[in-house]
Design a protein around this ligand. Structure first.
Ligand code: KG4
Ligand code: ZN
Length: 362
């Protein structure tokens, strides 16, 4: 089965083509990804210091058709060869989500193909399974993006239990807001991390929020405030390059230590041996180094998506749909097809991942 995956939940337009033949016994799941393409709107939103929802929606409309054509051309396939269309149903920006939703349902109706709405975070959670080697279920997953910081226990496709989450800012949001305090532009995570490389370790020892608490929840807003206070103490100026680099380093060290400690605690409490890291902040190099070292010490393994699959993309949506479709044999049942009576389709700007249903096995 050939699945077209579409992602337009925020500021990246993603399209991918996945062949479920790779899911057969002994198959390498990464091999099923025939082609994928992403257009990032980061440059467009940068001058506003954050994502402007209306601009995001309009840009998704412009990009979706050419990206789909490109993916089909790259994989040597045509629209008529597609067996099912998957799109990000939520969570995300309502107007942005509607773009892929409308495109997917239009295509589904025109071609009489099943259409399946996918949870964006399920896509992120499963994306490390497109890596080599792929982790086996069950595992602990750390989801760290601009909007989410969650620790989940992942039993199987669609069986997710929330273990802990941020009580305020998401990890990526904390990176972005701190970067803004240091005049690094938007989104600041990668720039902040780059600057921190030249900073001195230990000059600024910032708070490690909730590090010592037994809970698996996180809190990052105090850490961001600590950076703000240091900037204020320094007279509000961020001109001194050494000051900025050392402060960036202090922030990153604190964030990485908390994230790493909570992952280890989740592994210890659950007794599981595999950790999966997904979402944009998962690209952070010091975080990867800390998790690599800490999990190795505990006899555990850690798995990351390929770098290009860390940010939002269509591949993770096509793959999540592939796993669900194969389990429930939807091509035969057409269980997910567009209701012919109403032609209605939905987006879910807010959608709790733990409430997601496992696919009904055929
Ligand atoms: O998953 P993602 O691409 O988008 C969503 O939020 O869904 O994550 C984006 C976030 C941004 O906050 C960005 O600053 C952060 O991931 N990020 C990083 C790095 N690369 C991206 N944060 C720290 N270090 C990085 N290398
Ligand atoms: Zn995302």
């Amino acid at each position: 089965m050939l699945i077209l995956g579409l992602e337009t939940s925020c500021d990246e337009t993603g399209v991918a083509l996945y062949d479920t033949a790779a899911l057969a016994d002994g198959g390498v799941h990464a091999d099923g990804l025939l082609a994928h393409a992403v257009h990032s709107q980061v440059a467009m939103h940068a001058e506003y210091g954050g994502v402007v929802p209306e601009l995001a929606s309009r840009d998704h409309i412009r990009r979706l058709v050419p990206l789909t054509r490109g993916v089909l051309a790259e994989s040597g396939r045509s629209l008529s060869g597609i067996d099912a269309v998957a799109y990000t149903e939520g969570p995300g920006l309502a107007g942005a989500l509607l773009v892929a939703a409308a495109f997917a349902h239009g295509l589904g109706l025109a071609r009489d193909r099943p259409v399946i709405g996918i949870h964006h975070l399920e896509g992120h959670l499963l994306s490390p399974l497109l890596g080599r080697p792929a982790p086996a279920f069950p595992f602990i997953a750390l989801l760290v993006s601009g909007g989410h910081t969650q620790l989940m226990r992942v039993e199987d496709v669609g069986r997710y239990a929330l273990l802990g989450e941020t009580l305020d800012d998401a990890a990526g949001e904390a990176f972005d807001k701190t970067a803004q305090l240091l005049d690094l532009g938007y989104p600041g995570g990668p720039a902040l991390s780059k600057l921190a490389e030249s900073g001195s370790a230990g000059r600024f020892v910032l708070p490690r929020p909730m590090l010592k608490s037994d809970s698996l929840d996180f809190s990052f807003s105090g850490l961001k405030t600590a950076v703000m206070l240091k900037v204020r103490e320094a007279g509000g100026g961020t001109g001194d390059a050494t000051f900025r680099a050392d402060l960036a380093r202090g922030f990153e060290e604190a964030a990485v230590e908390v994230l790493t400690a909570k992952c280890l605690r989740a592994l210890a409490i659950s007794g599981l041996k595999r950790l999966v890291v997904a979402g944009g902040v998962g690209a952070n190099r010091p975080l990867r180094a800390a998790l690599d070292a800490a999990t190795a010490r505990q006899g555990c393994s850690v798995h990351y998506p390929a770098p290009e699959l860390c940010t939002d993309n269509g591949a993770m949506i096509a793959y999540a749909a592939a796993r669900r479709l194969v389990l429930s044999n939807v091509a035969e049942t057409h269980a997910f097809s567009v209701p012919k009576e109403t032609h209605a389709f939905s987006v879910r700007p807010r959608w709790d991942l733990a409430a997601l249903q496992a696919p009904k096995r055929a």
